[in-house]
Design a protein. Structure first.
Length: 411
């Protein structure tokens, strides 16, 4: 997997990346506004955590079933439905008059996410060759991070100057465009499961991805490292409170804070398109996650908007390296006929770290106080790195060039 620069991405893959950008932009724009709406309704940090939990429950609860479906249905068809559900969520949040409307919108977003991630991950290796998979993941990550920059920034600015209406109008338009562009790319859909698992028991097929991951020491270590690091170290859910009560920056400041990690992530992703990480990927992964934990500790100390944004930019750059390495390891260790189900397990770990992390942040802030909860999260991230490095030493020796489903480490 040298990622030769002479091999080009296909037109179909570029359209897939465009769809991801448009969808991610809209979701991130909505995340800023819906968090601000909830805070204006209740002024309670716990409700911000519960908002994340409302999205996490359907996203995680349906993940295994979503992977099962993705391995049996054309992922393009699934993506169309997912985009329509996301659009419904945005329209409900747009007209929300009380907190329960926002919770319902978050539930719909969670439903959409449970199917979107495995369908996208299943499509990627079918539209690019193994030789450029790492670069393809970096390109996709760059587009997503560009959306993570522009979505929160546009949402925060429009929220501050024009209210939620104009922001939701732009988000809805982008989702409509994403729906249209799904029709623009093509691939030859072959349901690999049909020939190999026809007589398999439903529950065995449903759990096959989960069983595979838990028998694979390397995959389990990589996913666990990311899950616990972001579970404890994630600060996104608390940004509305930090912007108002710590930095006194208002909704515009919230937009900049939300966009800052994505700025660093996008720059790093663009760099990794031309300089992909293949050798010593495991060692690099451990180092960047530890660096992410240090960034959270520094963020907890900051009382200045610019300094806070700079630290979050650095955290985003480090997290981008982690995401790309993790994504490459998951793709390279996944058998072709199980990509959807393994991608769903990956989604469970990611969803646990993000939405359950938002809930953890709300609870920790309520019990410990806002700033102490940030210090706790950064410290626990460093502890996670130490534990994984100690008990899964093969992670430090992982090279992307040599990984495949056949030689991946098994328990």
């Amino acid at each position: 997997m040298s990622g030769t620069r002479s091999e080009k991405f296909s037109r179909d893959y570029y359209f897939l990346v465009l769809v991801r950008f448009l969808g991610s932009f809209s979701v991130q724009l909505q995340a800023v506004i819906i968090g601000w709406q909830m805070y204006q309704f209740t002024r309670n940090p716990l409700d911000l955590g519960l908002l994340g939990l409302a999205e996490a429950v359907p996203a995680l609860g349906l993940a295994l079933f979503a992977g099962y479906i993705v391995d049996r249905v054309n992922p393009k068809k699934i993506m169309r439905v997912v985009i329509l559900v996301s659009l419904a969520s945005m329209l409900i949040a747009w007209v929300a008059k009380e907190p329960k409307h926002l919770f319902f919108a978050a539930i719909l977003t969670g439903l959409a996410r449970s199917f979107y991630s495995p369908s996208f991950q299943a499509l990627t290796p079918r539209l690019v060759s193994k030789a450029i998979l790492n670069r393809a993941i970096a390109l996709s990550n760059s587009s997503m991070k560009l959306a993570y920059i522009s979505g929160p920034a546009v949402g925060g600015i429009l929220l501050g100057f024009g209210g939620a209406g104009p922001a939701y109008a732009i988000g809805s338009t982008f989702l409509a465009l994403a729906f249209i562009f799904v029709f623009a790319f093509y691939y030859d859909h072959t349901p690999f499961h049909a020939k190999q698992e026809k007589e398999a028991v439903f529950i065995d097929e449903l759990l096959a991805g989960l069983v595979f991951v838990f028998r694979n020491r390397l995959l389990l270590a990589v996913l666990s490292l990311d899950m616990f690091a972001v579970l404890f170290g994630g600060v996104t859910a608390m940004l509305p409170i930090i912007s108002v009560e710590v930095l006194h920056a208002g909704p515009q400041g919230l937009g900049f804070l939300r966009a800052s990690p994505a700025v660093g992530a996008m720059v790093m992703s663009l760099l990794l398109i031309t300089k992909p990480v293949n050798k010593n990927a495991g060692k690099i992964l451990l180092k960047v996650v530890a660096g992410f934990g240090v960034c959270i500790l520094l963020f907890a100390l900051s009382k200045n908007l610019i300094l806070s944004c700079v630290v979050l930019v650095l955290s985003g750059a480090l997290d981008s390296v982690s995401m790309i390495i993790r994504g490459a390891i998951v793709q390279l260790c996944s058998p072709e006929e199980m990509r959807g189900r393994i991608a769903s397990v990956n989604s469970i770990f990611i969803g646990s770290s993000n939405e359950l992390g938002a809930f953890e942040s709300g609870v920790a802030a309520k019990l410990l106080g806002l700033i102490p909860s940030l210090f706790f999260g950064g410290a626990m991230t460093l502890v996670t790195v130490a534990i994984i490095a100690r008990f899964v030493p093969e992670l430090a020796n992982a090279d992307l060039d040599s990984l495949s489903p056949e030689n991946a480490s098994q328990k």
